[in-house]
Ligand binder design. Structure first.
Ligand code: ADP
Length: 447
């Protein structure tokens, strides 16, 4: 690019000089030709006399030849060529009837030559030849060339320094980003990039930071989940250990106590089984791609659940009612939808009071199937409502444990509903207890 910037103005300037030379040389030659135009024959005397005009022209040397190319006049003071035959290309061309011009620039000078024929009554009777050796314009051109070089070198240095500074700046910023990526890769989710600005690197850094935010949230949830799960598994295991140790270490333990302890061990083992089964279910919900599902009638599912739980409700003195306003089908699997209705209904029976009721409702609204499970039991305090679907979250741990709860039932309801494009919401029921509302898109054939 710089080379082009260097050569292009030079070539243009050279051409301009050539053109101006051509104009001046040819007009000088034509002045001399017209000075000779009155002559019918060219001789040394007539030509020398007419050529006084040549002294006034700017050319370095002038030759006038006759039709055979013999020099009749030579303006140069050194070595006169008068009497010699000249066969310069330009002279030959002029004697053939053409105007000739030649100009070259080399060795720091412009060398130009021009020639024209001298015609008398249609006859070529000779030629005027002028040559010029010009160093003045050449000096100007050399000066221009030198200046261009200087400008190019300075521009080159500025561009180099600027690109070095820019690449240094970019490298520093990229290194900051790389450092952040490495830190996060090593597990430091608190690390954030400290890149300011408004360019693409800053945007990249911001995107990376928000990715790290999400990773941090997920990682915290994972840690909390592992800690909670271990804690939940530890408690029944500790009880089993304690009970079995008591049986083994108590001398002459009576059969009644052994039976009681083994019964307790059995119920703790049952709890362990429930926790692990529910954890597995949640892991499956987390990991598997969304199930395609098929048409499942919610009315039928509600029927199966009430049939299954009627004994438990009777035991607790709770009345179980269903209120199907509009039967409808949704997309899912029998097992998953059963789990949702079962968990909600079982909770409503467990966290109830004697003579309480549980009402399972089903209706349609705006293309959604709306399933409600309402009770007039102990209810859920307002401040616990947002956390109720978290894993292992329980309002009253002791009561949940006593009722055989694991704290995972509502998480399963939540994750399963989401899996089939549904929503789930917990609120306080106007009857004083809890109200759970689950919505699903209504099943449409071919949708
Ligand atoms: P759990 O196995 O303890 O029942 P869940 O995830 O099913 O676990 O429920 C979480 C907690 O939400 C329960 O421990 C209980 O405190 C509260 N809860 C759930 N359903 C009801 C309800 N219908 N009435 C009052 N509290 C409820």
């Amino acid at each position: 690019m710089l080379a082009l910037l260097n050569t292009y103005p030079l070539v243009v300037s050279e051409n301009l000089v050539f053109r101006s030379k051509q104009t001046t040389m040819q007009s000088s030659v034509s002045v001399m030709v017209s000075a000779l135009s009155g002559l019918s024959v060219l001789t040394e005397e007539t030509v020398t006399q007419a050529m006084t005009v040549a002294e006034e022209t700017a050319v370095s040397r002038v030759l006038v030849t006759d039709a055979s190319g013999k020099v009749l006049y030579d303006s140069s003071e050194t070595g006169s060529a008068v009497g010699d035959y000249v066969l310069y290309t330009e002279v030959v061309q002029a004697l053939a009837g053409n105007d000739a011009f030649y100009s070259r620039y080399y060795d720091g000078a412009f060398r130009s030559r021009a020639a024209s024929p001298v015609v008398y009554r249609g006859q070529i009777i000779g030629a005027v030849y002028a040559s010029e050796y010009d160093t003045e314009q050449a000096v100007l051109l050399a000066g221009l060339q030198q200046n261009l070089w200087r400008i190019s070198v300075i521009t080159g240095i500025i561009v180099l320094v600027m690109s070095l500074a820019l690449s240094k700046l970019l490298t520093v910023r990229f290194n900051q980003l790389l450092e952040a990526i490495r830190s996060v890769r090593e597990g430091d989710y608190n690390h954030r990039t400290a890149i300011g600005g408004n360019d693409e690197i800053t945007q990249l850094a911001r995107e990376f930071d928000s990715l790290t935010d999400r990773l941090q949230v997920t990682e915290n949830a994972r840690r909390r989940f592992v800690a909670d799960a271990s804690h939940e598994l530890k408690t029944p295991l500790a009880s089993i250990r304690l009970l079995s140790d008591s049986i083994l270490q108590t001398e002459g333990i009576d059969e009644g106590t052994v039976k009681e302890f083994v019964g307790d061990i059995n119920s703790e083992a049952g709890r362990l089984q429930r926790i692990t089964e529910e954890l597995l279910r949640l892991t499956r919900l987390d990991g598997e791609p969304p199930h395609q599902g098929y048409e499942v009638s919610l009315e039928a599912v509600i029927g199966r659940v009430t049939h299954m739980l009627r004994m438990l409700a009777a035991e607790r003195g709770v009345v179980l009612q269903t209120e199907i306003q509009q039967p409808c089908s949704v997309k899912g699997t029998e097992d998953d939808l059963y789990q949702i209705v079962y968990n909600l209904t079982e909770n409503a029976i467990k966290y109830n009071r004697p003579d309480g009721f549980v009402k399972i409702g089903l209706r349609q609204k705006n293309g959604q199937a709306v399933l409600t499970v309402e009770d007039n039991g102990i209810g859920i305090p307002e401040e616990d409502l947002p956390k109720i679907f978290d894993r292992f979250y329980r309002v009253d741990k002791a009561r949940s444990r006593a009722a055989g709860g694991t704290g995972l039932g509502l998480s399963i309801v939540h994750d399963t509903a989401l899996r089939y494009g549904g929503t789930v919401q917990a609120s306080r029921s106007s009857a004083g207890g809890a109200l759970f509302t689950v919505t699903f898109p209504v099943w449409k054939e071919g949708a």
